[in-house]
Write a protein that binds this ligand. Structure first.
Ligand code: DAH
Length: 345
């Protein structure tokens, strides 16, 4: 029956034509279902075998249709697969010629610059740098420094406690006691201890609950207040300029006796009086004094043999004066526009 054979031929041609029109994988899938799947039209030709007069010729025509269309389908499938991959690769390609995002270089915080500068000055004078610890015990932060539990000066240093005995240190002075106690042989000491200190403080322009201090301690035989004055004068000149002078005003700290507050002649107006020194010609820069014999005693140094001096510098205060910074909180806001205004070392 030539019609059946012709039908198979016609189906073969139209399948190949339809395949030609297929442009994507979805179309190919639909093509497969229509023509080649079990229930597709080409395998479906076999249901007519019974009606075929020349079964061999019809079978051959059906086979030809199936073989050719399957081969063409396979070819198309691999071509489309390649195309999809190429498209995907093209879409995901990274253009290495694009200019990169500019890389910002980090910047040293100005209070760190001051610590480095002060440290260099004291290293030149033969001091060693000691690292204190941020979390202290009541004993080291207060008691060994002649501040017993009920001492009123504790009120000024109200701080952050962890239970009764542990606290965030309120002053780098705690490093003094560590250094003295840690010396097995009680030999002379010349040390500075830069670091952070913490206090529950009024949140205003000049106070912050976290700030930096540099503690200094000298213990030796025959140390007098003349050594303290000469040392701090040298420091003030190196830090604020050769023309600077210092003056000592009497003050009170539990760990020093006598205690002084140290002023430097104003480096803005040279001492004539300006806004920076509030018209006085002097700017307060640190607290100091002769180490209280009770502190020496508590830390294992015989006050009959040894004497010493100590001082504590408020780092942000110095940085604010040096760089004309109006608000202490700026040091801790990590604003790069602020940080990058300071010289890199
Ligand atoms: N610890 C004092 C404070 O936090 C600063 C200070 C004053 C340290 C006098 C000293 C000193 O070593 O002798 O305010």
């Amino acid at each position: 029956m030539p019609n059946l054979i012709e039908g198979a031929e016609a189906l073969r041609r139209s399948a190949l034509e339809a395949l030609n029109q297929v442009t994507d994988e979805k179309g190919l899938e639909e093509f497969y279902v229509t023509y080649l799947a079990k229930k597709g039209s080409i395998p479906g030709l076999m249901t007519h075998m019974k009606e075929a007069e020349d079964k061999a010729a019809f079978g051959a025509a059906v086979n030809k249709a199936r073989t050719e269309v399957t081969a063409a389908y396979e070819e198309k499938k691999s071509a489309l697969g390649k195309l999809t991959l190429e498209k995907k690769l093209a879409a995901e390609r990274i253009d290495l010629t694009l200019p990169p995002e500019p890389m910002g270089v980090g910047h040293v915080n100005p209070y760190r610059l001051i610590i480095d500068e002060v440290t260099d000055i004291f290293l030149e004078m033969g001091y060693e740098v000691c690292e204190g610890r941020d979390v202290e015990t009541d004993k080291f932060n207060f008691e060994l420094l002649n501040v017993p539990k009920d001492h009123p000066s504790r009120d000024m240093q109200d701080t952050f406690y962890f239970g009764d005995d542990f606290l965030l240190r309120t002053q780098t002075s705690a490093a003094q006691a560590h250094k003295m106690l840690e010396m097995e042989e009680k030999r002379p000491i010349r040390m500075i201890a830069p670091g952070k200190a913490y206090r529950r403080d009024d949140d205003d322009m000049t106070h912050s609950h976290q700030f930096a201090q540099i503690e200094g301690l000298v213990v030796d035989k025959n140390i007098s207040i003349a050594h303290l004055k000469a040392t701090l004068e040298l420091f003030a000149k190196k830090m604020f300029g050769q023309k600077r002078e210092i003056r000592l005003r009497s003050s009170y700290f539990p760990f020093t006796e006598p205690s002084v507050e140290v002023d430097v002649s104003c480096f803005n107006c040279g001492g004539k009086g300006c806004a920076m020194c509030k018209g006085t010609g002097w700017i307060e820069i640190l607290g100091a004094g002769m180490v209280n014999p009770r502190v020496l005693q508590a830390c294992g140094y015989d006050p009959e043999v040894y004497s010493g001096f100590a001082f504590g510098v408020g780092v942000e205060r110095v940085a604010m004066l040096r760089y004309g910074i109006d608000d202490i909180r700026r040091f801790y806001q990590n604003d790069f526009r602020f940080l990058k205004d300071f010289p890199l070392k």
